[in-house]
Design a binder for this molecule. Structure first.
Ligand code: GRF
Length: 237
């Protein structure tokens, strides 16, 4: 296990209530010409504490942090959990001074074992909402029941089409002309929970998986923070 905590970690505030705050993420907010630089983000005291799960490059993690830094999402990133050693998202967490923890799925006998470790960590950091920002593992009831209606996932397709892995590849293979992304609440069935927000993009004749995924990701970075803000507000924090 590898734990990385900022030199001056934020105090833990388990069980804090939260303020719905600003949920208006207008389109202008999405094209801010001056993105904030990583650093300490001072969130309001009653901001909901997010636990972010990610496996890869972390561009969605970055979008969430930018939205928090710009005051478009009133929340605090309490901890990042990642499962791939060397994942770029861990570097991003370091830059934003968000505590990060490697929980390598290979170290656990089954999915439930990994999820028990995740739940313990999330509780330790006083997490109230879980955001799966590119978490490439199937989660079990161990995690889902620990945070009922409070786990948010981003998926690179217009659900309910193209669930599961390689969603962008599936969309290209199917020949659809419109693709996109979905933010939804997590339930036991993979990529099947209530839809919070979606965004569509055109599929071009020249598209490869990479070019289409890049176009989808622009929209992911827009709707993930907006959907988190909306979900938090709808449940009163
Ligand atoms: C995103 O496309 C997300 O929809 C999928 O994994 C990707 C993660 O990208 N589940 P990043 O690591 O946030 O850049």
């Amino acid at each position: 296990m590898n734990v990385s905590v900022p030199a001056d970690p934020q105090p833990l505030h388990p069980g804090l209530s939260s303020d719905p705050g600003n949920v208006d993420l207008g389109s202008a907010a999405l094209v801010s010409p001056l993105p904030h630089s990583p650093g300490v983000v001072n969130s309001p005291v009653n901001s909901p504490r997010l636990g972010i799960l990610a496996s890869g490059s972390g561009s969605n993690f970055e979008a969430v942090m930018q939205a928090i830094a710009q005051g478009q999402l009133q929340a605090e990133a309490a901890v990042l959990i990642y499962n791939q050693p060397g994942a770029k998202v861990a570097d991003r967490a370091h830059q934003w001074q968000v505590p990060s923890l490697l929980l390598n799925h290979r170290d656990y006998g089954d999915r439930e074992g990994l999820d028990r470790a995740i739940v313990a960590t999330l509780h330790q950091f006083g997490v109230q909402w879980v955001v799966m920002a590119g978490w490439m593992r199937i989660v079990t009831p161990v995690l889902i029941e620990a945070f009922p209606q409070r786990i948010i996932n981003i998926h690179p397709s217009l659900l309910p089409s193209f669930k599961g892995i390689r969603a962008v590849e599936q969309a290209l293979a199917a020949g659809v002309r419109i693709a996109g992304c979905t933010v939804h609440l997590v339930v036991a069935d993979v990529d099947s929970g209530p839809i919070l927000m979606q965004a569509a993009v055109p599929v071009l004749a020249t598209d490869t998986v990479d070019t289409l995924h890049a176009r989808i990701q622009v929209q992911e970075h827009r709707i993930l923070p907006a959907a988190i803000a909306q979900a938090v507000a709808s449940q009163g924090g």
